[in-house]
Design a protein around this ligand. Structure first.
Ligand code: SF4
Length: 296
């Protein structure tokens, strides 16, 4: 345990699997910052931090955490930076942390598409081995209503491009995003997109409304009727049933999930679907995370 001699521009977010990673903020906020369901960076104006400031923090951290194995680049989409800038920073990290095994960052599809195939390979070779991408949905109608700024095609193209460059992918689907009206098409089209991409890691999060449903409805450009806990799990079940993956690590263990599931898909697909069906046939509040249960 050590204390870093610099502070972060809060709030700071990172994926659950980066809990033990050293984090450097290359950017502040999210360059898009418009998604109807996302409040992560609404308190921040997007900005790119000065390279000299980041280098100073790396220099401060390297003596304290010299055996660092994993580094996560924040904030919302540090991958928006130019390839030249990212490669300079990756090189600096590799020089400063000799045992470094992996560098990762959040990225949007447009950040990936703005880079050439060669640049993506260079970034991979410089240690950027994993990108986290919030796909949210594979349904174009829903992506538009949520103002994600991406489509099925842009997401598919970007993520296949990153995969072809050797970058691993950890992608997220947002259960409940379309409410009752769009639940079926959300599940089916999201599974279709995931099947096409074949990511190494897949997780589901559940739509959370920290500012209340009316706040969300003002931002969501469509009719929204919130799903109950039971319906959210039905939606998750349909999504899982439609998946056809070869070897993807699946998790629904983010704090927003009602039912925690873990497995390798396709290997464990039947087990997970059976768990969901068992719950749906015999729904009991005590099988759900109590803090999230909002009525079956
Ligand atoms: S979901 Fe991602 S892209 Fe959308 S506003 Fe939030 S951080 Fe930005």
């Amino acid at each position: 345990m050590f204390y870093l001699p610099f502070s972060y521009d809060e709030p700071l977010f990172r994926p659950p699997s980066e809990a033990y990673s050293l984090i450097f903020q290359l950017t502040i906020g999210c360059s898009w910052n418009k998604c109807a369901f996302c409040e992560m960076y609404t308190s921040k104006n997007f900005k790119v931090r000065k390279e000299a400031e980041v280098y100073a923090e790396i220099d401060q951290a390297k003596d304290l955490a010299n055996d660092t194995r994993k580094i996560f680049l924040a904030d919302g989409n540090a991958f928006v930076l130019s390839s030249d800038k990212l490669i300079r920073i990756l090189n600096k990290l590799n020089q400063s942390f000799p045992r470094l095994a992996r560098i990762s960052a959040y990225a949007s599809s447009r950040d990936i598409l703005s880079k050439t195939n060669e640049e993506l390979v260079q970034l991979r070779n410089a240690g950027l081995k994993l990108l986290y991408v919030g796909i949210e949905s594979g349904d174009d109608e829903l992506l538009k209503m949520a103002d994600k700024g991406e489509t099925y095609n842009s997401t598919e193209e970007a993520l296949l491009k990153a995969r072809n460059a050797g970058i691993k992918l950890s992608v997220m689907i947002l259960i409940g995003l379309g409410g009752k009206h769009f639940s079926n098409q959300h599940s089916i089209n999201s599974a279709k997109l995931i099947n096409s991409i074949q990511p190494e890691y897949l997780s589901t999060l559940v739509l959370s409304l920290p500012h209340g449903i009316n706040h969300f409805k003002k931002r969501f450009n469509g009719e929204f009727v919130q799903l109950s806990s039971y319906e959210l799990i039905e939606e998750l079940g349909l999504f899982l049933q439609e998946l056809n993956l070869v070897s993807t690590v699946f998790r629904s263990d983010h704090a927003s999930n009602y039912l925690v599931l873990k497995g390798i898909l396709d290997r464990d697909n039947e087990i997970l679907v059976n768990r969901i069906n068992d719950f749906l046939q015999n729904p009991q509040e005590d099988k759900l995370r109590p803090e999230w249960s909002r009525g079956l």
